[in-house]
Each structure stands twice: as structure tokens, then as C-alpha cells.
Design a binder for this molecule. Structure first.
Ligand code: CU
Length: 143
């Protein structure tokens, strides 16, 4: 009874690893959305996929926005200039911030699961320019 269950679990873990997609996000000083940006600033990915944050321009990092993060999902905080790789295993909406440029609006959204820009909302606790960036992201990526 137990053995077939373990086999099924093992197979699905292997399948998740085999089919996981790997994305790259550049940390830049400017893109179409404005100064201090992630490029792209929105990703729609599936559980198990990974995202690598590239040091395209110096002085940035990638870290969890704690008020915009699925409950019990693993959080992370890259150091400045660190090219971290994050794995997203739970469906939901993840806000990522650049710690030194959060007040300038340097945030991005990673949606794990189905694409639904209407499900994204910026917490009122975020700096105004970060809230505006999230509104701009929804508009820009709706096309
Ligand atoms: Cu930055």
C-alpha cells in the first residue's frame, strides 16, 4: 500500500524537475516602465519554475515583499549585486523588491499559476511609487 504511493510521489517529483522552466530577470537602471526596474517586471510562471535575477546594472538586489507574498511560501533576500536563483513552488502572487530602490518604485510581480492581472493588488503599506509601478505593470502586461 505504501510503496505504490511513494512511487507516485517520486515520479511526480522527477516530472516537476524535468519540466520546470527557468526564467531570467535583469536588474536595470531603466526600462519602458521607468527608472530602476526589473526587466521583465512581470512573469507568469508555473509551480516549480525558477527565476534567476541578473546583475545587468550594479547596485540592485531582489527580495521578498513580505506584505505581498503567499502565506507559508519560502521568502528570500538577495544581497546587493547578488545573482540569486529562486524556486517558486506555491501558486500565488509574489512581490519582489529592490531594497535600496523600493521607494523609487523598483518592484516586480511574479504570478505563479494562471495569468490573472486582475488578481494583483498593491498593498497600501507600499511606498506610493511602488504602488504606481504595480498599477503600471498591470496595464503594460495586459497587452
Ligand atoms: Cu535597485
Amino acid at each position: 500500500m505504501l510503496k505504490p504511493l511513494l512511487t507516485v510521489l517520486g515520479t511526480s517529483l522527477i516530472a516537476n524537475t524535468l519540466y520546470a522552466a527557468h526564467y531570467e530577470v535583469q536588474m536595470v537602471n531603466r526600462n519602458k516602465l521607468g527608472a530602476m526596474s526589473y526587466e521583465p517586471s512581470y512573469l507568469n510562471i508555473q509551480p516549480g519554475d525558477t527565476v534567476k535575477f541578473l546583475r545587468t546594472a550594479p547596485g540592485h538586489n531582489a527580495a521578498t515583499i513580505s506584505s505581498m507574498w503567499p502565506e507559508a511560501a519560502q521568502t528570500f533576500r538577495g544581497n546587493i549585486n547578488e545573482e540569486i536563483v529562486m524556486s517558486f513552488d506555491k501558486e500565488g502572487i509574489y512581490g519582489v523588491e529592490c531594497t535600496p530602490h523600493m521607494a523609487m518604485g523598483m518592484v516586480m510581480v511574479i504570478q505563479v499559476g494562471d495569468k490573472d492581472l486582475n488578481a494583483i493588488s498593491a498593498p497600501q503599506s507600499l511606498p506610493q511609487r511602488a504602488q504606481k509601478r504595480i498599477a503600471d505593470i498591470k496595464q503594460f502586461y495586459a497587452q
